[in-house]
Ligand binder design. Structure first.
Ligand code: SF4
Length: 83
């Protein structure tokens, strides 16, 4: 998945680091470093981090999609179930 953090918005609260420590870390005292292309297995952690960010600086997208703003609920298309 693609991950973008708007560092102009980021206020270095560090909530994302608590929510997803394998993806976000401090680079120096107040500068955030993060994995731009984390494994899909980390999606839950990353979604938690995006939800925890007080200034909504974290955006998540699929690897081959445009990055969209993270929504609290999943934006999956609804497919009719076949029986
Ligand atoms: S939670 Fe948001 S504001 Fe805080 S460090 Fe992470 S991206 Fe920046």
């Amino acid at each position: 998945m693609k991950l973008v953090v708007d560092l102009n918005k980021c206020q270095s609260y560090g909530q994302c680091i608590y929510a997803a420590p394998t993806v976000f870390r401090w680079h120096s005292e107040e500068s955030l470093e993060f994995n731009y292309n984390p494994d899909d297995g980390l999606r839950q952690q990353v979604e938690r981090a995006a939800a925890a960010c007080p200034v909504q600086a974290i955006r998540i997208g699929r690897s081959n999609e445009q990055v969209a703003t993270a929504q609290p609920s999943a934006q999956e298309a609804h497919h009719d179930e076949e029986e």
